[in-house]
Design a protein around this ligand. Structure first.
Ligand code: ZN
Length: 131
């Protein structure tokens, strides 16, 4: 089953989409299987990270900015090459195991949509497979 979602994003940062993905799994009725969360954008990404200390999210943004700065030498006319590099580095999707009808996430794990060139209206897909 395929589900699609829209979201409004900040300038840059992580948006928690765990509830949306969990609801898609529940609605699918799949008890044992796999769930793919996919981002169809080239300046955003999907990741799994800590769900407790909000400083992790802001440190993530700071670390990405430090690791992939917006360089004057970049030639891409749109001016967002740093966001394209961050998108490919983090990746467009995550695959999560479904067990007992639930996402098999660790205690400290949530699923995040990563915005690197916002604010924008974005979308993501959730594909649920199994039985
Ligand atoms: Zn671009």
């Amino acid at each position: 089953m395929l589900f699609d979602f829209k979201l409004s994003t900040p300038d840059e940062g992580l948006v928690d989409i765990t509830n949306e993905v969990s609801e898609a799994v529940m609605e699918s009725g799949v008890l044992e299987g796999l769930c793919v969360v996919f981002c169809p954008h080239t300046t955003a990404a999907i990741t799994i990270n800590e769900n407790t200390d909000p400083d992790v999210k802001s440190d993530f943004v700071l670390g990405m900015d430090q690791s992939f700065p917006d360089l004057n030498a970049f030639r891409h006319a749109e001016g967002n090459s740093d966001a394209h590099i961050k998108s490919s580095t983090i990746g467009a999707s995550e695959t999560i195991i479904i067990s007992g009808g639930k996402l098999l996430l660790g205690t400290w794990q949530n699923i995040y949509f990563c915005e690197f060139d916002g604010p924008r209206t974005r979308k993501f897909y959730v594909k649920v497979m199994g039985g």
